[in-house]
Design a protein around this ligand. Structure first.
Ligand code: TYD
Length: 129
């Protein structure tokens, strides 16, 4: 369970060939995707993130391997473990996020509703409202 983020089961079509998961508007995606990026090849012991966003919405899917995502706002902090390509984590504005314990084979896909904008970043945890 997650309160600071929303864990979402991604519709997955499985048959004898394997599985195909779908994220689309009208389905699990609550926004139009304007940017996609993915984190991979993470070196052992490295943690990433350590910021919040002012306006950005993101949908994170660990399409390979595993990652522990720490979410935090002024009211609390929690861990969310992602290790399935058929589950997504929706993170809205104002939520601090950190990515820890990325497995060597971790590929973390992030779909976002805005282009990269450094002005949208909050990098000072004390400024979380
Ligand atoms: P960074 O913010 O350090 O990633 P993380 O949040 O995972 O710690 O981003 C690494 C580099 O990539 C940094 O130079 C900014 C750049 N970048 C882009 O150019 N576009 C993007 O969409 C993102 C997320 C990062």
């Amino acid at each position: 369970m997650s309160n600071l983020g929303q864990l979402i089961e991604i519709p997955t079509h499985g048959d004898e060939r394997g599985s195909l998961s779908v994220a689309e508007i009208g389905g699990v995606l609550p926004f139009v995707v304007r940017r996609a990026y993915w984190i991979h090849g993470t070196k052992p012991g490295v943690a990433r993130g350590f910021h919040a966003h002012r306006k950005l919405n993101q949908f994170c899917v660990c399409v390979s391997g595993s990652v522990r995502i720490v979410l935090e706002d002024a009211k609390g902090r929690e861990d969310v473990f992602l290790n399935r390509p058929d589950r997504g984590l929706l993170i809205g504005p104002g939520v601090w996020r950190e990515m820890h314990d990325l497995s060597a084979d971790c590929v973390l896909l992030v779909l976002a509703d805005g282009e990269y904008d450094e002005a949208d970043y909050v990098r000072d945890r004390q400024k979380l409202t």
